[in-house]
Structures are given as C-alpha cells and as structure tokens.
Design a protein around this ligand. Structure first.
Ligand code: GDP
Length: 366
C-alpha cells in the first residue's frame, strides 16, 4: 500500500491528482526523497528570485510599461521613513492609472495614535506631492495587520487590470508579496488568487492571477538620499526600529545640542525652553551637550560614543541646515533616522546630517 507522504515545508499530505488542491506535486516529483508541495515550492522560489539585484534602470524599464497599459499601481511606503521611501518620479509613469497608497510598518507607531488621523495626515502629505491616490491603506505586513484590507482594496480597484507593486527598497515589498503568495495562493478565499509559480523576466517578477492578469513585482527603487542606503547592514539594524517607537523627550534650553548617534545633530540656537520629542529606534544613543562643545565632542567621539557610524569617515561629512519653527507642532525629519517633534514654540534650529541625506520639516505626524 502507498504510504501518505507530507510536504517538508508545511506538512500537508502530498497528492498528485489535483493541481488546484493543496499538497499537490507533479507525479514525477514523487521520486524525490524530499517533497515540497507546489505552494511551498513557489514561496521558496520567490525568496530566491525576489531579492536578486535589480537596478534603477530595471525599475524604469518596468515602469515604462505603465505609460501604455491599464493597471492598478500599488505604491508601498514605509511610515517610519515616508520622505525617503516616497518615489517622486512615479507620477511621471502612472499616467491615468489609479494609484493605491499603502503605508506599511504602522506597528512602529505608538498605539495611541488614531489610524484616521494618520490617514488624513498622509492625504495631506501626498497632496503636497501632486499625487491623488484612489485610496490610502495603513498596514503592517510583519504583524499581519490590515493586510487583508490591502488585498480587498487591490481587488476593488484593479477592475480586471494588472497590478503593479512599486516601492523603495526596505519598505516591506517582498514581505508583502510573500504574504500574498502564502495566503492567497491556490484559489482559497474570494480575494486575489495567485496561481502557479511566479515567472521572472530579467526585470520583474510576474505572478499570474486567475483572470489572466498578473501582479507585477517591480524592482525596489534605491533612493540615494536615504540613510538606509548609506550605512552598513549592522549599522542599519541600530537605526531601524524593530518594535513600536517609544518617544524620548528632552527639555532643552537654547545653546543645547542633541546628537543622534553620530548620524544626526540638532542645535537649539534660540527660543524659550521647550520639549523636543525624539522618535527614533530605541537602540540609537542620544547624547545631550552644550552647543559650544558639540564640534569638538563630535570630532573626538564619532564612531565611538557617537555611533553609528561604527567608524569615522565612512559617511559623507555632516552638513548643516537651518530651520525656524513657530506656531505649529512640527516634525524635523532626518530621512531614515526618524524625527524630532517641536511643540510649536518659537525655535531657531540648526540640523546636521551626512551630506546628501534629506532633512525636512513637516506638520507633526503624531
Ligand atoms: P523590501 O526591500 O521592500 O522587499 O522589504 P523587505 O520585505 O525585505 O523588508 C525590509 C525590512 O522591513 C525587513 O527587515 C522586514 O522585516 C521589515 N518589515 C517588513 N514589513 C514590516 C512591518 O510591517 N513592520 C515592521 N516593523 N517591519 C517590517
């Protein structure tokens, strides 16, 4: 008698009769000692090809298709690094195609923040960038929060069209695609059904849908002005928050300075004593000092006490920008590192970051 065998990936019983049902392997695969069902095979396969080196040119090649095609464009951004993960040139390629904006990693924001407030804030953010998405969804792929809603929205807006998933590197695009493949594979459920193995061309991964359409996973675009593109993987681990951010509050007098590791610096030049609320990874060391001592302290301690960077001289030199805050609660954003919220009291500030890294002001997110 034939003994039942099980998938080495997920444990379902293996069968060779019905490709539409779970546990399917082609009959000839039974020869193998190590059996993996089609679904698991596909997921593994995706991981292999999903992360290959794809360049900005590949990205543009794929996006070029959009200018002549009807598609739903899904732009995934990272809520912790909106400025850095926003793809400004996207609007050039979209044409008349609808855009669905997905803000990932909401698990990093304090739970007290109301999602509706963030959505409104995001709507303002994109409006200022001359973009008009059909909808905005917040989610956390990692915590599997609201991912189903993203899938529903995709189904709602795609209207029989192809779906192009675009995003900067590190926004969680692969994690999202993986979840799609795992949860919506093989026709269970009424939402998007992905089928068969994702095909790869040189420049994109194409996942067939059940209506002869496809999900096109475009190469992640590299924004060079993001800190995350400039530091080493070990350094990155210290600046990207892994769990919900606990803001750190510093009451500063004018003439005081905060260092954010050795990657950022804020000088409070003039204004009444006030709180500065830092939203950054909890492992990032924040150092307070007198501004008059800041230059020499930095010269002596960068790469050591003021770290990351782990080594002096691995990043472009610190570059200063001056800002004036008054009246409105404002975030000072160092792209990729986080932000500092000012209450809106008058404040003259100098903000430093490695040259080339975007520093900007925005109305407070929280
Ligand atoms: P990709 O470069 O856009 O494909 O991004 P990845 O899927 O490789 O994810 C980049 C990093 O972000 C990884 O370290 C993920 O664990 C992390 N990540 C992905 N989704 C989430 C999320 O919802 N929340 C948090 N906190 N981290 C996430």
């Amino acid at each position: 008698s034939k003994e039942t065998r099980y998938c080495a990936g997920c444990g379902v019983p293996i069968q060779t009769e019905d490709p539409q049902r779970s546990g399917y392997v082609p009959p000839e695969a039974l020869e193998r000692e190590h059996l993996v069902c089609r679904r698991c095979h596909r997921i593994r396969h995706y991981n292999e090809v999903g992360k290959t080196e794809r360049t900005a040119d590949d990205f543009r090649t794929v996006l070029q298709e959009l200018t002549t095609q009807e598609a739903l464009v899904v732009h995934i951004v990272d809520i912790f690094d909106l400025e850095g993960s926003w793809i400004p040139e996207l609007s050039r390629y979209i044409g008349d195609n609808p855009l669905l904006l997905v803000a990932n990693k909401v698990d990093l924001l304090p739970q007290s923040v109301r999602p509706e407030k963030i959505e409104r804030w995001l709507a303002q953010f994109v409006k200022g960038r001359k973009t008009d998405p059909v909808d905005i969804v917040l989610c956390s792929v990692k915590m599997n929060l609201n991912v189903e809603r993203v899938v529903e929205k995709i189904e709602e807006y795609r209207n029989g069209r192809d779906v192009y998933i675009v995003g900067a590197t590190n926004v969680g695009k692969s994690s999202f695609i993986n979840r799609l493949l795992q949860q919506y594979g093989d026709g269970e459920g009424d939402e998007i059904t992905t089928s068969y193995y994702p095909g790869t061309t040189l420049d994109a991964i194409r996942i067939p849908l059940d209506d002869n359409r496809e999900i096109v996973d475009t190469p992640g675009i590299v924004n060079e002005d993001r800190l995350s593109e400039r530091v080493s993987p070990d350094e990155l681990r210290l600046i990207v928050p892994k769990t919900v951010i606990h803001p750190k509050v510093y009451q500063l007098n004018d003439g005081q300075t905060l260092f954010f590791g050795g990657l950022g610096r804020l000088d409070f030049k003039r204004g009444p004593r006030q709180p500065f609320v830092c939203y950054m990874a909890k492992d990032l060391y924040i150092h307070r000092t007198k501004t008059e001592r800041a230059d020499s302290l930095y010269a002596e301690h960068v790469g050591k006490m003021l770290s990351p960077p782990f080594e002096k001289g691995t990043l472009p030199p610190m570059w200063k920008q001056s800002f004036h805050v008054r009246g409105e609660k404002t975030d000072i954003v160092i792209s990729g590192l986080g932000w500092v919220t000012c209450r809106g009291d008058a404040a003259e500030l100098d903000v430093y970051a490695p040259k080339g890294i975007t520093v900007s002001l925005r109305p407070a997110l929280i």
